[in-house]
Ligand binder design. Structure first.
Ligand code: G16
Length: 542
C-alpha cells in the first residue's frame, strides 16, 4: 500500500560537484533525505519495474537512509533494488553494478573524503544507467523539483536485513542484497595481468595500502591479499568504520601521513597507496617519491598498454581543467586526442560513452577508465602494480624516465577551508573583474598572457557549462587557477592550483615548493588571498 507523506521544500538541496553533501544533522531532519530521494525519482521518472542500485561508503547514517530509500523506491515503482551487503558499495563498484545488471540508475550514499560521524558529513548522489554521475541537466532537474516538492511516497514495510545475501520482498519490489566486492574484483581480473603481478609479489614486490577505515578495506583485502598474494597486513585500517576512526578519509599527504612517513623511511616498501571514503580516489607514492595525481594520470596513460585491458591502445585522454597538462603531452606523443573538462567526473561520461577517451583523471586524486563511469582508486593501484610488474623498475626510475622524456609539470594545490562564503565569493568576483587589466602585466619573472573564466562545451552532446574556474595563464606555460570547491559542507573552500612546466632537459629534479614560489607570490599579488581572507597559509597543500 503506497503512502503519501506530505512535505514541504528545503531551499538548500542543490547538488554540488558530486551530489548533495551536508552535515548528518541536516540530512537527519524529518523529510530531508526523503524529499531529495523523491525529487530524484520525480526528475528521472523510472519506468515501472526498473532496477535501482543502492550502496554507500558505510559512514554514519548510511543504513538509516538505505532503509528509507528502499521503501521510497518500492513506492515509486522500481521492480528490483540491488543493495551491497551491509549497505556497502564503493563508488566504482556501484558504477559497475549499475552497468552489469542493466539498472536504470543508482543512489550512492557518501560524502567521499569528508569525515563521518553524527556531527560530520553525509551525501546522496544519483548515477544514471551508464553508471556515471548524473549530468548537469539531470541534477538541475532534481534541484528544481526539490524547490516545489510537496509529498514523498513510501510503503509500509519492515527494515530489510542488509547483512544477509539473498532476495527479500518489500511491498512487491524484489530487494537483492549482493556481495559488495565480487563483481568489481572479477572485473579487475579482466583488465590486469594478475599472474604477472602475483609473480612479481612472489619475487619480492612489496606494498602498503591504507584503506583509512573507509570502504576500500574489503576490496583491497580481496584483490591485494587474497588474489595477488601480498602478505596479510598489507592493507592497513582495512575495516570500514562509521566515523573512519575519527579521521578524514582523504588520501593525501596530510591525512595519510602515516603511510607517507613510511614511504619516506628506510623501511619503505616499493609502492604505497591509499584510497578515500568511497573508494574512488587514490594516493600513489613510491619508495621515497610522491607522484602527484596529475603525474600519475600521465604516467599511467603512457604505460597503460602494458596491461592486457589496454594493450590495444587508448582512444584519448581526458583531464579536468585544474589538472596539470602532463597528460596532454602523453596524448600528443601517442597521437591521440586530449580533452580538458570542468571539475567533476560527470563531465567525462559523454567522452567515455562515445569512445573518445579511455583514461581520465583529475588533480583531486581521481583516475579511472572506460571500465566504469566513476573514478576508481584501486583500479589506479592495480594499473600501477601491473606497470611495476611489467617493467621491473622502481617507481622513482619510472617517474624520472617519464620526466626526462616529456618534461615535468611542477604542481601543487593550496586549499583555504571554511572561509566565510561571502568573503570567498567577493574574492572571486574581484579577481574576475580584474581580468581585463591583467594581460601584459609582470609579477616578478612572470608575465600574464591571458586571464579568463573557464567555460566548456561538451564535444559529444553540445551541453555548455560556464563559470568553471578562473585561470591566469603566464607566458611560457605556467598558470594559476582559482575555484570554489563544490564538495565542502562548511562555508567555502577556496582552491588555488599552481602549475609550472619544465621541458625535457630543464630542471627536473628540484623541490616543488621552490619551483612554485614565483607563482605563489604572483597568486597573492593578483588574488590577494591573505589580504582578503586573513589567512597567512593554506589549510592543506596537496
Ligand atoms: C568530487 C568529484 C571530482 C572532483 C572532486 C573535487 O570527487 O567527483 O570530480 O574533482 O569532487 O571537487 P571540488 O574541487 O569541487 O571540491 P569526490 O571524490 O569528492 O566525489
Amino acid at each position: 500500500m503506497i503512502q503519501t507523506i506530505p512535505s514541504s521544500p528545503f531551499t538548500d538541496q542543490k547538488p554540488g560537484t558530486s551530489g548533495l553533501r551536508k552535515k548528518v544533522r541536516v540530512f537527519a531532519q524529518p523529510n530531508y533525505a526523503e524529499n531529495f530521494i523523491q525529487s530524484v525519482f520525480d526528475a528521472v521518472q523510472p519506468e515501472a519495474g526498473s532496477t535501482l542500485v543502492i550502496g554507500g561508503d558505510g559512514r554514519y547514517h548510511n543504513r538509516t537512509v538505505i532503509q528509507a530509500a528502499i521503501r521510497i523506491a518500492a513506492a515509486n515503482g522500481y521492480g528490483r533494488v540491488l543493495v551491497g551487503q551491509g549497505g556497502i558499495l564503493s563508488t566504482p563498484a556501484a558504477s559497475h553494478v549499475i552497468r552489469k545488471y542493466g539498472a536504470s540508475g543508482g543512489l550512492i550514499l557518501s560524502a567521499s573524503h569528508n569525515p563521518g560521524g553524527p556531527d560530520e558529513d553525509f551525501g546522496i548522489k544519483y548515477n544514471i544507467a551508464n553508471g556515471g554521475p548524473a549530468p548537469e541537466a539531470i541534477t538541475d532537474a532534481i534541484f528544481a523539483r526539490t524547490k516545489v516538492i510537496d509529498r514523498w511516497l513510501t510503503v509500509e514495510a519492515a527494515d530489510v536485513d542488509l547483512d544477509t545475501l539473498g532476495s527479500q520482498q518489500v511491498a512487491g519490489t524484489t530487494v537483492e542484497v549482493i556481495d559488495s566486492v565480487a563483481d568489481w574484483a572479477d572485473l579487475m581480473e579482466t583488465l590486469f595481468d594478475f599472474p604477472a603481478i602475483r609473480a612479481a609479489v612472489a619475487g619480492g614486490l612489496s606494498m602498503a595500502f591504507d584503506a583509512m577505515h573507509a570502504v576500500t578495506g574489503p576490496y583491497a583485502v580481496e584483490v591485494l591479499e587474497r588474489r595477488l598474494g601480498f602478505r596479510p597486513g598489507t592493507v592497513q585500517n582495512g575495516v570500514p568504520l562509521e566515523d573512519f576512526g575519527g579521521h578524514h578519509p582523504d588520501p593525501n599527504r596530510v591525512h595519510a601521513k602515516v603511510l607517507f612517513d613510511l614511504m619516506f623511511s628506510p623501511d619503505a616498501p616499493a609502492f604505497g597507496a591509499a584510497s578515500d571514503g568511497d573508494g574512488d580516489r587514490n594516493l600513489i607514492v613510491g619508495k621515497g617519491i610522491f607522484i602527484t595525481p596529475s603525474d600519475s594520470l600521465a604516467m599511467l596513460a603512457a604505460n597503460a598498454h602494458l596491461a592486457p585491458g589496454y594493450a590495444k591502445g587508448l582512444a584519448g585522454i581526458a583531464r579536468s581543467m585544474p589538472t596539470s597538462a602532463a597528460a596532454d603531452r602523453v596524448a600528443e606523443a601517442l597521437g591521440i586526442p586530449a580533452f580538458e573538462t570542468p571539475t567533476g567526473w560527470k563531465f567525462f561520461g559523454t567522452l567515455l560513452d562515445a569512445g573518445k577517451a579511455t583514461i581520465c583523471g583529475e588533480e583531486s586524486a581521481g583516475t579511472g577508465s572506460d571500465h566504469v563511469r566513476e573514478k576508481d582508486g584501486l583500479w589506479a593501484v592495480l594499473l600501477w602494480l601491473n606497470i611495476l610488474a611489467a617493467r621491473g623498475e622502481s617507481m622513482e626510475a619510472i617517474a624520472r624516465q617519464h620526466w626526462a622524456k616529456f618534461g615535468r609539470n611542477y604542481y601543487a594545490r593550496h586549499d583555504y577551508e571554511a572561509l566565510p562564503k561571502d568573503d570567498a565569493e567577493a574574492l572571486m568576483a574581484a579577481l574576475e573583474a580584474s581580468f581585463p587589466t591583467l594581460p601584459g602585466k609582470a609579477f616578478g619573472p612572470l608575465t600574464v598572457e591571458k586571464a579568463d573564466s573557464f567555460a566548456y562545451t561538451d564535444p559529444v552532446d553540445g551541453s555548455f557549462s560556464a563559470n568553471q574556474g578562473l585561470r591566469v595563464l603566464f607566458v611560457g606555460g605556467s598558470r594559476i587557477v582559482l575555484r570554489l570547491s563544490g564538495t565542502g559542507t562548511e562555508g567555502a573552500t577556496l582552491r588555488l592550483y599552481l602549475e609550472r612546466y619544465e621541458p625535457a632537459g630543464g630542471t627536473l629534479d628540484a623541490d616543488t615548493d621552490a619551483m612554485l614560489s614565483d607563482l605563489i607570490a604572483a597568486a597573492e599579488a593578483i588574488a590577494g588571498i591573505a589580504a582578503r581572507t586573513g589567512r597567512s597559509a593554506p589549510d592543506v597543500i596537496t
